[in-house]
Design a protein around this ligand. Sequence first.
Ligand SMILES: [Zn+2]
Ligand SMILES: [Zn+2]
Length: 480
Amino acid sequence: MTDSKKKALKSIDDIAGIITELSDNIFDHPETGYTEKISAQLQIDVLKKLGFTVTEKLAGIPTAFSGRYGNGKPVIGILGEFDALSGLSQEPGCAKQKAIVEGGNGHGCGHNLLGSASIAAAYAVKKYIDENGCSGTVIYYGCPAEEGGSGKGFMARDGVFDELDCAVTWHPGDTNSVSPGSSLANIVVRYHFSGVSAHAAGAPHLGRSALDAVTLMNTGVQFLREHVIQEARIHYAVTNTGGISPNVVQAEAEVLYMIRAPKINQVNEIYARVNDIAKGAALMTGTKMKSTFVKATSDLQPNRVIAELLQKNLEENTPPKATKEELAFAEELRKTFPVTGTSMKRYLSRLPEETAAKLRKHLDDAICDYVLPLINDETAMPGSTDVGDVSQVCPTAQISAATQVLDTPGHSWQLTAQGKSSRAHKSELYAGKVMAGTVIDLFNDAALVKAAKDEYDRRRDGVPFVSPIPKKTKPPVPGK
Ligand SMILES: [Zn+2]
Ligand SMILES: [Zn+2]
């Protein structure tokens, strides 16, 4: 590593207090998708204090913003998230389930750390620009509503990321590694049925049941499940049953569908068939059906050039070593996990045998405080992320940094419990250094940026990005 790069990365240590205070503050104000007013403002304040030019209300979303610094090419984006999850309130540092607010929100996906570390990364790049006077622009993107809101999807649809040459990001996790694979695309649609209410015993022939329509739709989709590709998933939730009185024919009912598959065009095919089933259910029951497109997420297009660069930077920086206290807390917390050992097993199963063999000794570890080798397997992870939409616009890759003990279940109180831990604090700074180092490398080597873009073009094969979200669909901002 050059001295100038080392010096820039070291600047993250100088603002460690600001960054950990920021992530702790966001932890203390857990806000769900599109309501992250305080979390956004806290970051905007820090960005301004650190000398970034802030633009607010990106894509017309009140809690989407950016912080920019530098001039000219390349233009590199660093993505951040900060939304919480409902029902995952949890006392930090407590190895037993104990909500701060019963039923309240909590950072059960670690996003309080996500945006904070990305701001740290942008700051180190800014320092590098200042010291070396190089050409290049770094933009931190504050992206709301990752959890079920596709914040980045709406931002990508409205062209927010169009100026980027490349983008990097990270996610709090239980390993220090590059996430090399794809992720599933999805579409979320609401199906509302309206019928006619009637006395269910006195005049059933006059009633047209919307709840029957929902039931028939669900039955139809159940039969469809056998006739879609293996990797597809069709989830649903009945969001309105039309009331609690069985002696009333339910005049209104609603079901929410989420369709997933490895590629967005596969999702679109299944979506068309689900629409037909909804129409059929309305026809069968004499009800009216109205569908509302809620949101969509593209599949993640991997980029090996950026992934390898992130791997180099993971290895150039030293991940924080686990302390005795951290290991003791980890052991305590792990007693509450349904299973342990699976996270590392899953990782090793995707490595060539000779590499995996050397790492088997780590199978029972409680904390990953080393860097795992880069996996050469792009199979889609069985979930979705709105980073997918950014990756369809420009070469994008991401890392995981071990803010959590191994095998921490996703979206769990155990994950929230670790959001203000010393591991979380140290690992967010580490993640910041790895991302900053990667951006600095891209600033210094135009050939790398070109290689990443060539790979992006090769993978797209001339097909331009088309957002899966229709133009008229508005982000589901409450009260708007
Ligand atoms: Zn999540
Ligand atoms: Zn997340």
